[in-house]
Design a protein around this ligand. Structure first.
Ligand SMILES: NC(=O)C1=CN([C@@H]2O[C@H](COP(=O)(O)OP(=O)(O)OC[C@H]3O[C@@H](n4cnc5c(N)ncnc54)[C@H](O)[C@@H]3O)[C@@H](O)[C@H]2O)C=CC1
Ligand SMILES: CC(C)CCC[C@@H](C)[C@H]1CC[C@H]2[C@@H]3[C@H](O)CC4=CC(=O)CC[C@]4(C)[C@H]3CC[C@]12C
Length: 369
């Protein structure tokens, strides 16, 4: 990458730049990457807030496009120095078909890789997921593990399967020659469950709580730890990797990194209450109110209903066998690989991450406070 202290020269492309995480990456790049000349934001649906970014010193180019369309991806990638591939179909509720999930997450990623090779773009960062590892189909706990912790990563659900395949494609592409003869340098970031401003599932839980008179009912034992990471810190990791990948290509190329910060280890529901509590919601029960076998039955019934109703209506409840297994299986990470490899330290403390998220929940429509 050509570097200059005075004249910004770099062109970055962020796919999925209008999504929950993508927006944070885009805004953080504009704030914290002084070498940026142009930022291309590629998404299936362009957000209106992109317009307000057009007035700054960096040229922000909005590109409406589909990662499954190879020619659109190639056109967007051509001439960029770094690609951050965050676009993905995040669906664990059965909204999209397994085929569509595969097309977007796997074929879309293959298109991004081929586009880099065809156009000579040398640096590719992929937003993977903890789901590439687990929890696995057997419900084995992963307790504060790191990138090298042995774990039987076996999945059946289309979303983790697609993320695992896509990550593998990205890592295997490391070292391939791009147009011009230089090697492609890739790496994958694996966030745990992301939270923060704009998180749709947090919004859903909040609205559900309001509908139940400010109450949520405990379904998962408090002892089950679920890994969470603040969206601002995930975005910061992407920005740092993009910045360091050229200088540290030998070390970082082909590597995976969990995204982590100082967010506490808690159950999925107790963690949500860190934000929803100060916004007026209460979590009822110190133990799950329903026995686990009944939850399994309800989740199975939901799956059956989804299948039966599919020709008529899309029934996509929060509770299904997969989401229940996810929430009910311990999966947390404890690692410093990102710090060792590229000097990552969380940009936002837990207190700041919490305060920002609470502030956002308070702005939501129907807010209890
Ligand atoms: N939300 C979470 O807790 C986690 C998310 N991830 C990964 O982070 C990435 C971003 O996720 P979120 O921001 O949560 O999801 P999101 O749904 O808010 O953002 C995804 C973006 O990709 C875009 N997109 C979808 N299909 C596309 C296509 N065919 N072509 C172009 N753009 C397309 C969407 O329009 C959206 O703006 C995904 O790759 C996801 O797998 C990883 C770990 C945890
Ligand atoms: C009371 C119910 C049983 C609670 C259901 C909660 C679930 C909807 C969520 C529990 C765990 C979440 C997932 C997890 O944080 C990891 C993820 C990683 C991703 O890459 C995408 C999102 C997700 C699958 C996330 C989705 C919601 C949960 C299943």
């Amino acid at each position: 990458m050509a570097e200059s202290a005075q004249v910004p020269t770099l062109v970055y492309l962020v796919t999925g730049g209008c999504g929950f995480l993508g927006e944070h990456i885009v805004r953080m790049l504009l704030e914290r990457e002084p070498r940026l000349r142009e930022l291309r934001v590629f998404d299936l649906h362009l957000s209106p807030w992109l317009e307000e970014l057009q007035t700054g010193p960096v040229q922000v180019t909005a590109i409406q496009g589909d990662v499954t369309q190879a020619h659109q991806v190639t056109a967007a990638v051509a001439g960029s120095h770094v690609v951050i591939h965050t676009a993905g179909l995040v669906d664990v509720f059965g909204k999209a078909s397994p085929k569509t999930i595969h097309q977007v997450n796997v074929q879309g990623t293959q298109n991004v890789i081929e586009a880099c090779i065809r156009t000579g773009t040398q640096f590719l960062i992929y937003t993977s997921s903890m789901e590439v590892v687990g929890p696995n189909v057997k419900g084995h706990p992963f307790y504060r593990g790191n990138e090298d912790t042995p774990y039987e990563a076996v999945h059946r659900h289309p979303y983790p399967c697609s993320k695992a395949l896509a990550e593998q494609l990205v890592l295997e592409a490391n070292g391939r020659k791009v147009n011009g003869g230089l090697p492609l340098v890739t790496c994958a970031l694996r966030p745990t469950g992301i939270y923060g401003e704009g998180h749709q599932i947090m919004r859903d839980f909040y609205n559900q709580g309001l509908r139940f008179g400010g109450r949520l009912f405990r379904a998962i034992p408090a002892s089950v730890e679920h890994g969470r990471v603040y969206v601002g810190n995930v975005a910061w990791m992407h920005v740092l990797v993009a910045r360091e990948l050229e200088q540290r290509a030998a070390l970082m190329g082909g590597q995976v990194y969990f995204c982590y910060d100082k967010s506490p280890y808690k159950s999925y529901e107790d963690f949500n209450m860190e934000f929803l509590g100060p916004c007026g919601l209460r979590l009822i029960g110190t133990h799950p109110l329903l026995p686990y076998w009944l939850l399994v039955l309800l989740a199975t019934l939901n799956a059956l209903l989804q299948w039966l109703l599919r020709p008529l209506v899309l029934y996509t409840p929060l509770l299904n066998p997969y989401t229940l297994a996810m929430a009910n299986t311990t999966f947390t990470v404890s690692t410093n690989k990102a710090q060792r490899h590229f000097g990552y330290k969380p940009l936002f403390s837990w207190e700041e991450s919490k305060a920002r998220t609470i502030l956002w929940v308070q702005t939501l429509e129907g807010s209890a406070r």
